[in-house]
Design a protein around this ligand. Structure first.
Ligand code: FES
Length: 107
């Protein structure tokens, strides 16, 4: 495997019910992960895009969170409906999706 151009981390952290921080898993993180894998398969982007599930990234209130490197762009409140746009515009096209970025004061 060659080094990917983009590496996407999708938070699937889980916490007990009523935990004060909540979790991305409770906000659909696992469905999001499946949507990214489907989109990767659709584009055959197995070499240029790496997809990794992760534990807590930090700003849980903004979840479900997705972190993209090498830029360090953090997307918050992401749903499966947003995945095609992130994939095509950012991961393949190189332009971050501004409307989904977590505000600078949170990240
Ligand atoms: S639980 Fe996902 S960022 Fe904290």
């Amino acid at each position: 495997m060659s080094r990917p151009k983009k590496h996407v981390f999708i938070c699937i952290q889980n916490r007990p019910p009523n935990h004060p921080r909540g979790s991305c898993s409770q906000k659909g993180g696992n469905e999001l992960l499946q949507a990214f894998w489907r989109e990767q398969q659709k584009h055959g982007a197995f070499e240029e895009v790496a997809i990794t599930y992760s534990g807590c990234i930090g700003p849980c209130d903004d979840g479900a969170n997705v972190l993209v490197y090498p830029e360090g762009v953090l997307y918050g409140g992401v749903t499966p409906d947003d995945v095609a746009e992130i994939f095509e515009r950012h991961l393949l096209g190189g332009e971050a999706v501004a409307r989904l970025q977590v505000p600078a004061e949170a990240w």
